[in-house]
Design a protein around this ligand. Structure first.
Ligand SMILES: [Zn+2]
Ligand SMILES: [Zn+2]
Length: 259
């Protein structure tokens, strides 16, 4: 594995280490293409900023620090600088404009909230058996895929559906997988989910992806320097998923550059 476009930095308040430690770890483990995709800065009503994002006050430092590292390690690793971002329908155009204005080269779609996050958002890793919430999550992800602006979808199987109606779950998964196929936007098997034994990667989602044949890639979602490289145990699980569900694994995704 010589690529990873899903890397965070300590600025998001739930990651650790220096930017350079992430880069050095990736280089030492043979990564050739590395993307930083920290949680995009965004403010809400009354200036509220969520605690899991890069603070707006630090976005200049994020860009400057990573740009300097790109130059310092040129020839050893190709660094790309972007953000991981949600689709909030009423603000999506504004969010894309902001990302471009901050200087992002690329975006990953990571739908960490529905209900537009704040003040009434729902975090879809919390258990939910609500079909309406699952549909809203899916609508946001499909909208993002259709926009053509995202390099890939991070952890598309993030929604922690706990209801009994698995046909309903598969129908919503099918919408994401078909959009991915039609628009050629890969879906990520999230290695952090494997490492931390989260509810994703979720077998019933990837079974649908295998039937559809949509493009699939891997992403580390590194929140520590150590996680900026692949490890054998989690790679074995990821590759097992590819084999078991006959996934259309494309290896390194094509970077969609923001214009
Ligand atoms: Zn994070
Ligand atoms: Zn992430």
């Amino acid at each position: 594995m010589d690529y990873n476009f899903h890397t965070h930095t300590a600025r998001c308040n739930h990651a650790t280490g220096t930017d350079e430690e992430y880069v050095l770890r990736a280089i030492s483990c043979g990564i050739k293409d590395m993307g930083f995709s920290d949680h995009m800065p965004l403010s809400f009503a009354d200036g509220h900023e969520s605690g899991y994002r890069v603070p707006i006050a630090q976005v200049g430092d994020y860009m400057a620090s990573l740009s300097a590292l790109r130059e310092k390690y040129r020839g050893q690793i190709n660094l790309h600088i972007g953000f991981e971002m949600e689709v909030y329908p009423s603000r999506f155009d504004e969010m894309v404009t902001l990302a471009k204005g901050y200087g992002a080269e690329y975006l990953l779609l990571g739908q960490h909230y529905i209900g537009e996050e704040w003040p009434d958002g729902f975090y879809p890793l919390m258990p939910s058996d609500d079909p309406a919430q699952l549909a809203e999550y899916t609508d946001c992800v499909v909208t993002g895929i259709e926009s053509g602006l995202f390099t890939y979808v991070a952890h598309p199987d993030l929604f922690n559906y706990t209801g009994d109606d698995l046909d309903l779950y598969r129908q919503q998964a099918l919408r994401i997988c078909e959009a991915s196929l039609v628009h050629d936007v890969p879906l990520e098997i999230n290695v952090l989910g494997i490492r931390n034994q989260r509810t994703y990667p979720r077998a019933d989602f990837w079974a649908v992806a295998g039937q559809v044949g949509c493009p699939v890639t891997f992403g580390l979602d590194a929140h520590t320097p150590h996680q900026a490289a692949y490890d054998e145990d989690s790679m074995a699980v990821a590759k097992e998923l590819v084999q078991k569900f006959h996934l259309n694994y494309i290896d390194k995704p094509k970077l969609i550059l923001l214009k």
